[in-house]
Write a protein that binds this ligand. Sequence first.
Ligand SMILES: [Zn+2]
Length: 224
Amino acid sequence: MKKVLILSVLFAAAFAKNSNAQSSSEVFSKKGYKLTFENQDTSFSKDLKAKLVQTFFEVYAKLSKEYNKKTTKNVTFVIDTAYDGVAATADARVVFSSKYMTKHPKDIDVVTHEVMHIVQDYGNSNGPGWLTEGIADYARSKFGVDNAGAKWTLPAFKATQSYENSYRITARFLTWIEKSVKPGIVKDLDAQLRDHSFTDDSWKKETGKTLDELWAAYAANPTI
Ligand SMILES: [Zn+2]
């Protein structure tokens, strides 16, 4: 514990020197999980920070239990003042745009989507990127703490859509397959993507239908 503290202080000092900005690093622990919170934005809302930390502990344990019990116990959040996107995750490190989060404080389930990427842990995936993102948004729709508060919903089906549209459009398709064709398919596909046994044939093995046949059936009756 002492060692961890010293290291994080050193890191914060080194970072401050390099970026010429003040940054702080704190460590939160709960039920065997550890979250290191690096904050480059001295004016970042304390309430929002608390909410991000709280949401992490709430959803990460659930996602781990549902999808991957071997997922890492050590995660880092970075509040980045220079990052222009929304958030991005690599190697159990989630970078949040301080600008975006400050402007959209209710979009707290960005946490859920991003930490699902840690749980997914596909490495050099042999599956398509749209499926990785679709599964992350499926997990957000199922385990998010306040999607309603962010007015975040799965968009209604439109004939112009494709499963390759990724994110929420793919998440809605997966929801439909779960409800109408094969309950548990997301867990199965997620496990196959992680152990790299996923192939284009996985859809047929799971449901008796190819991916395109599934999409055609979805388009014919997209109710969820
Ligand atoms: Zn993503």
